[in-house]
Design a protein. Structure first.
Length: 237
């Protein structure tokens, strides 16, 4: 409002504020070793202050790694810009916190919050070995998982699944990472090749190599002594 020759004159001005910022930040996710991971970042970009660049960063111990390679696509005719970061054949070292950073024409810089990428690792460290059992005694077969607990574990004898029974007892230890099957009252039919199959909730299935269980009638036949008449077959996963 102003006064001109004693007359108050009022003028109005309209100020339009166009928002800027990260509309859709990258999302946290869990991927398996060897798979691909895709992260997306969408920034609001008004016509008079478009996004000039979107960059990707990985944060480790509060220190920034060098800028990551990015693929930037400007969506013409719409008030947004987006960027997609794709990493194929992910390895465990890829896991960490990632974020995108949008730079506008007026030099304004806005970053998204962190997306936590977890890479699930699976491995069979030790396959079943060759062991000897004594007829009528027991043998214990064991393996351990290096990675998340398995959702299902199966033992196979000569390609036939070994089901739980009075002579076959299956037990899991250490929050599902160590599994054993105890075969009591060994019979000659128990000898042969054994292997294990591990299934994870993610759908990944892993198999060990074969371990051989030999059955003898007595300790004298084997040629050395046993402690408690127990043979152990081990499969570490």
């Amino acid at each position: 409002t102003a006064s001109y020759n004693g007359v108050n004159v009022t003028a109005e001005a309209t100020i339009t504020v166009r928002p800027i910022g990260i509309a859709i930040p990258p999302a946290s996710q869990t991927v398996n070793v060897g798979e691909a991971v895709t992260m997306s970042c969408v920034a609001v970009s008004p016509q008079d202050n478009e996004v000039s660049k979107i960059r990707w960063f990985k944060s480790i111990k509060e220190a920034l790694d060098p800028e990551l390679t990015e693929e930037v696509t400007t969506m013409l005719g719409t008030p947004t810009s987006n960027s997609t970061f794709i990493e194929s054949n992910v390895q465990t070292s890829f896991g960490g916190r990632y974020y995108c950073r949008a730079t506008y024409i007026d030099k304004t810089v806005i970053s998204s919050y962190n997306a936590n990428i977890i890479v699930a690792f699976y491995d069979i460290k030790t396959n079943p070995g060759n062991v000897v059992g004594i007829l009528g005694h027991e043998a214990t077969l064991t393996f351990e998982i290096d990675g998340p607990p398995a959702s299902a574990v199966q033992w196979y004898h000569e390609r036939a699944e070994v089901a739980s029974s009075l002579r076959h007892t299956r037990v899991s230890y250490q929050i599902g990472t160590r599994h054993t099957i105890k075969i009591s009252s060994l019979e000659l039919s128990d000898k042969g090749n054994y292997y294990c199959k591990v299934t994870y909730e993610s759908g990944i299935v892993m198999y060990s190599t074969n371990g051989t269980l030999e059955i003898y009638y007595s300790v004298m036949e084997v040629g050395y002594s046993f402690v408690g008449g127990t043979a152990t077959l081990t499969c570490n996963v």
